[in-house]
Each structure stands twice: as C-alpha cells, then as structure tokens.
Design a protein around this ligand. Structure first.
Ligand code: NAD
Length: 326
C-alpha cells in the first residue's frame, strides 16, 4: 500500500494508539465495522483497567482486532507498525488542568517524547499515512472562529505539548526520504458515549441524574465548539484515506455553545436541574473555541452530521443503559 497526494489510500490494516481511550475505542469500532484489521495499542489494558474494559469490551472478541498493551514511551514500535496502511496516533495525556506543575513531566513524556517515537517508527516502518489527534487548544484564546492559518497561541502546558506533538509528526513527514503523509487533526471538544469522566458533558449528565454535583469552573459564559465523537471518527477515516499532502485540519462542529446553554440542553433532555458548585475559572481554560471547518470540507469533503441535541441525547441513552445494566 502506498500514498500519493492524488490517489488516496485503501485501508486493510490500521494501528490505533490510545485504543483503550474514549475516541480511540470509537475509531477501533468503526474501522472493524468497515472490515479493516486493527491493532489497538494502549498502556491501559482491558484485563486490569475497568474503564479500558468498558471502552473495548464489545470489540475484544473480534477476530480482526488485536490489542497490544504497550507504553509508547518505551516499547519497540516498528514491529507493531510494519504492514500498517495507517497509524492513528491518539494516545496522550489529555486535559488542560492537570498539565500544570509536577505532572508536566509525564505530559512531556506521553505527548511529546512518545509522539516523536511514533512518528519516527512510522518512517522506519514505511507507513504511508499518520493521522495525529491534535487539539483546538493550540489556538488558545482566539476570540472568534479559527482557521488553520490562525497563529497558535497555546494557553496551557497541555496545549503546548499537543502543538509540539503535531509539529513533530509534520517534521518527520517533511523529510525527503520519508514515505509518510502526516495529517494533524485539531479536534474541538469531543463528546459522546464513553466520554472521559473528567469532561463536562458526561459530568453534567451524571449530576442531573443524581450523581455528584457539577463543579462549574467560571461563570458558564465561556463557549465551546462541542463535536460529536462519531463525526470525529468520520474525519479521521477520511484523513487516513483521502488524497492528501501533509497538512493540519480543524475538526469541529463549527457551532459555538456557551456552557450555560449546554447545561440547559442537559436539563431539557434529562428533565432534571443540574446541581452546580461554582468554582473560579481554572488556569489554561480559554474563553472560547470555534472551528472554521472550511479546509476540512474542501480537502476531506468532511462535515459534521450530529447536532448537539442529538449527540447529547446519544450520550444520555448510553449512560442510562449502562447504569441499568446488572
Ligand atoms: P483518553 O484519555 O480517553 O485516551 C487516551 C489514551 O491514551 C488512554 O487510554 C491512555 O491510556 C493512552 N495513553 C496515554 N499515554 C500513553 C502511553 N505513553 N503509551 C500508551 N498509551 C498511552 O483521551 P481521549 O479524550 O480519547 O483523547 C484522545 C486524543 O485526542 C488525545 O491525543 C487528546 O489529546 C486528543 N484530543 C481529545 C479531545 C477531547 O475532547 N476528548 C480534544 C482534542 C484533542
């Protein structure tokens, strides 16, 4: 299998790093549903980590799926990547708030050092396509819709680490001898079933359903471009197969929603108020994110299909089905 700017790729075998995570597990599911063989790599194993087991439980028995427990900071990667048509690199330490202070060493190791190892192994294994999960956080406090020409201005150590990871993938792909085309997808606040427990929508739904009260950082006027996980997976698949040169693309719904409006949506869908504890805004949390998605539309033919109401409703159904399970 090979990639050129004008031909695109057909996938028969893919590697997903961060496969046991929220977005990674959805991507694995979608690739398998398309008949593609998948090697999922994660340092969390479904055998010992209940969250990983919940994320991957329904695909572990699929004969086209191989799960490999490996830490990208240390494990040999070339043998894992050999014969892959695409590597989707989603493994990272996510989250802005935890990235300040002592834990930055781990953020650097998992988000920067490990990404350099992944990009380098893609080159050595002659992988045609590397799709990297970058983040809208690289833009910082932009004040309006950002396109890919907007100068990055990261506001947190996490955002710096994601920008570094993205640029490492691009730098490897630009080497004259490299056979890799790298596509960095700047993902805007992703939500949906199995969302990470630290993220807003899952916490708000849980609070409305009688779980722990929601810690609301700031006054709720800050806005986010909430993007449904199924739409993100669609963009990742298009980025892996499309006739592309090495590039950066925004993947966002393109809709600005304040946190207070989001809470109203949650209240509308659950029929319950969201009990809130108000806390000061946290360092690194930006006031607004919003994607200009024209470039992804032009080069991938990608557009989101899921409205916030539909997406939060799917997430709610998943949450209630899970809590009803014996
Ligand atoms: P997640 O925490 O659910 O998944 C990340 C996975 O990476 C975890 O299972 C973790 O164990 C694994 N991992 C971390 N370090 C590793 C290492 N050294 N070796 C092997 N595995 C390792 O996070 P997510 O929300 O699914 O995010 C996936 C990717 O998307 C991340 O790169 C994140 O930065 C990016 N992203 C997410 C969002 C979002 O809103 N969720 C937005 C922008 C970008």
């Amino acid at each position: 299998m090979h990639s050129t700017a004008d031909q695109g790729l057909t996938l028969s075998r893919a590697v997903v790093t961060g496969a046991a995570g929220f977005i990674g597990s959805h991507l694995v599911e979608s690739l398998l549903a398309d008949g593609i063989s998948v090697v999922g790599v994660d340092r969390r194993t479904p055998l010992r980590d209940p969250a990983a087991a919940a994320n991957l439980g329904h695909v572990l028995d699929d004969p086209n799926f191989t799960f490999v427990t490996a830490d990208l900071r240390t494990s040999p990667l070339v043998p894992l990547f050999r014969r892959a048509d695409a590597v989707f690199h989603l493994a990272a330490l996510p989250g802005v708030r935890g990235s300040w202070g002592e834990r930055f060493a781990e953020y650097t190791a998992c988000n920067v050092f490990a990404t350099e190892r992944v990009a380098s192994a893609c080159e050595d294994a002659r992988v045609p396509r590397l799709v990297y999960a970058s983040s809208s956080s690289v833009y910082g406090n932009s004040g309006g819709a950002t396109d890919e020409e907007t100068a990055p201005c990261p506001e947190s150590p996490y955002a710096v680490s994601k920008l570094a990871g993205e640029q490492l993938c691009l730098a490897h792909a630009r080497q004259a001898a490299s056979t890799v085309t790298a596509v960095a997808l700047r993902l805007f606040t992703v939500y949906g079933p199995r969302q990470r427990p630290d993220m807003l929508i899952g916490r708000a739904l849980t609070a409305a359903l009688g779980g722990p009260r929601l810690n609301l950082y700031g006054d709720g006027s800050h806005t986010r471009d909430f993007t449904y996980v199924g739409d993100v997976v669609g963009a990742a698949l298009a980025a892996a197969t499309g006739p592309l040169d090495t590039t950066v693309l925004n993947v966002g719904a393109g809709v600005s929603t304040s946190v207070l409006d989001l809470l109203s949506t949650v209240e509308e869908l659950t029929g319950h108020a969201v009990p809130v504890d108000r806390l000061p805004a946290q360092a690194g949390d930006v006031d607004a994110t919003l994607a200009d998605r024209s470039k992804a539309a032009a080069v991938l033919g990608w557009k989101p299909h899921t409205t916030l109401l539909q997406g939060v409703s799917h997430q709610l159904s998943h949450l209630t089905a899970r809590s009803l399970r014996p």
